[in-house]
Each structure stands twice: as C-alpha cells, then as structure tokens.
Design a protein around this ligand. Sequence first.
Ligand SMILES: Cc1cc2nc3c(=O)[nH]c(=O)nc-3n(C[C@H](O)[C@H](O)[C@H](O)COP(=O)(O)O)c2cc1C
Length: 372
Amino acid sequence: MKMPELHIGELRARRPIVQGGMGVGISLSGLASAVANCGGIGVISTVGIGMHEPDFKKKARDANRRALKKEIRIAREKTTGIIGVNIMVALTDYDDHLDIALTEGIDVIFMGAGLPLKFSEKIPPERLRETKTCFVPIVSSGRAVKLVFSHWAKRFGRVPDGVVVEGPKAGGHLGFKKDQIADPAYALEHLVPAVIDALRPFEDVAGRHLPVIAAGGVYTGADIDRFLEMGASAVQLGTRFVATHECDADIRFKEAYLRAGPDDLVIIESPVGLPGRAIRNEFLDDVSSGTRKPYRCPWKCLRTCPFKEAPYCIGDALLSAKTGNLKHGFPFAGANAWRVNEIVSVAELMQELEDEYLEVVTARGPAVAAVS
Ligand SMILES: Cc1cc2nc3c(=O)[nH]c(=O)nc-3n(C[C@H](O)[C@H](O)[C@H](O)COP(=O)(O)O)c2cc1C
C-alpha cells in the first residue's frame, strides 16, 4: 500500500506532502529540492531572497530578481521533482517575483499573506491563462476561496489550480485576528470542510478536481490521515521541515526548536500588521517591554509595514534568525515546535510520515486509501 498521490493541474506528486514556503531564507533550493526528491512538493520562499547578494541593501529589487532566478535554477539542477515558490502578496515587488517564477517555468506558485486579486501589467490575464504553472492561493476561510476564485473566473478567464487552507496552529504570519487563534471555531478541522464546500462549484469552471491542502499543526502520519479522511487531497508542513539537515537555516535556528517548550511558543504582533507565531526570546521580550530596535528602511519591502512607527524591522529580524544571530531576531515556528526533539534528514522524515500514515490506514481496514 502507498500514500495517495497529489494531483494539481498536470502535476503528480508521489506523496501528498507539500513543504510550506518559509521565509526569510528558511526554505530555499536546499530544502525544496530534498523534499521534491522524496516525492513531495518542495517550495522556495521568495521573501528577502536577495539577502546574500552584494547589492541587497542598495538595490533589493534587482538583488531579489537575480537571487530568485539562481535559486530556482539550483533547485532544478538538484531534482527532477516538483518545485514551487511561495510569494507573499504583501510584498512590494510581488509581481517581480511572479514574473521571474513564470519565466523560469516553475511548477507551482503558492500565494500567501494576502489574497491574489490584482496584478500589474507585467502579469496580464493571458499570461495567467496560458502558462503551465499552477497557482495555489493560501487562505484561511471558505469566504476567501469564493472571493479569489470568482474574481479569477471573471477577470482572468480561469481559476487557480487548488488551495492551501492554513489554520491557526501554523508558524509565521497568521491570517486570523488575535482572538480567533485559540477559538475552536477557527480550528483547521472546521476550516477544511468549509473550504472544500466553497471550492466545489469552481471545479466546473476548472473542468477538473481542485485539491485542498491542509496546513497548520500537521505533525504525524496520523494527522495526515485525519485531514485526507476529511476530504483534503494533501497536507502542507512547515515546522517539521525546519528540523531537517537540509533546511536552509543556520543550525542555531534549528536548535531553538529543539530547546523550545510549549510555553515558549508565543503570538506576536508583527509590524506587517498580522499576528505571527514565534519562539520567545530576549529580542521579543525587549520588544514587548517597549524597547525599539533601531533600523534604517532602505525600501518598503512590505506594502502593509508602517515602517516609520514599527518597533523593529521584521525583514532584518527574520534574516538575523536565519543566519543564527538570535540576539537580533527570532525564529517563527508552528504551535507544535515544542514537540521537535531531533534533527533528521528529509528522507527520514518523509518515510516516518508515510509509515505512520500507512499504519493508521492498515489498522482501519482496506479500501480506504483513495486517490486524491
Ligand atoms: C519558520 C517559518 C517561516 C514561515 N514563513 C512563511 C512565509 O514566508 N510564507 C508563508 O506563506 N508561510 C510561511 N510559513 C508557514 C508555512 O509555510 C506552513 O504553512 C506552516 O508552518 C504550517 O504549519 P506547521 O508549521 O504547523 O506545519 C512559515 C512557517 C515557519 C515555521
């Protein structure tokens, strides 16, 4: 017996596992290609991707374009599997990232931190219609699905190829108000059926099945089984992929996961204007006690950032954490990060998830593992 494949557009992933895009610099070509080589979908996060280019501080836009092209090409050299990019809609240079990803012929574009409703003249409707690249928005409600899919059908003559529904246990920025995060009404278990219902009418427009990918707090193979049983076609994991050798973050970032206890996982108010989940440390304690961390904003990388009032630069803080400098930043992490107790290879993790999943399915009896 095997795990069911994930079908998105013409793509076929051998395992129904998507590695969530993680910025800044946490999922680049190293992690993404390792996941793709194990039959999942590996995702490069594009936010701040030009960070190691010499002109990043002065010409971030050019640096990001160049670095994104390079990362996609490096990933392609390392795998023949499925590679995606995760682009934050709130980025000032969002369309630049889309342009590069489409030009490079990326397999899938995941679009999060905002709803993809508007595009500049760089991405005209015919470009969205004619490409082989699949589009997958990241949403947190059935309402958002209706909004995006009906807008795309009307304005662009097509709909996206699937959807990631991310619940409040995820790491990084969350698409919820602070008081919704712990409210059981917003649990992923409630969101998945609502998103499936909202998506079904658009399958007629698409002329095919549109997969729903469940994200946020998925930790074991039994969790995967639970969401597939609910009708999801796949899951997206972030936290578990951080604790792998291939994850592109510094070892000190991964070690913060190993050290974290349940009380260390906190909800922060990010300068971006969204809540986020992170591992508490001295930097965050300073910020919550009112200390401002001085910075210079060379260009406004996020449309939603009130950079004149923000107590710190989220881009700098996340980049510092990625490079292991946790004095000047903090790691984003999912609600289950405290459960991480070792760093393994991506192949080991994928095998463990598959073994656990098959164990549950086998115990339940035959004829259950259907194709997505
Ligand atoms: C360190 C970290 C950084 C993340 N950065 C992003 C990001 O840049 N864009 C995005 O859409 N999601 C981001 N996420 C969310 C993940 O892609 C994923 O959906 C989520 O973490 C799934 O929940 P889990 O961590 O419980 O598996 C991030 C998550 C983590 C842990």
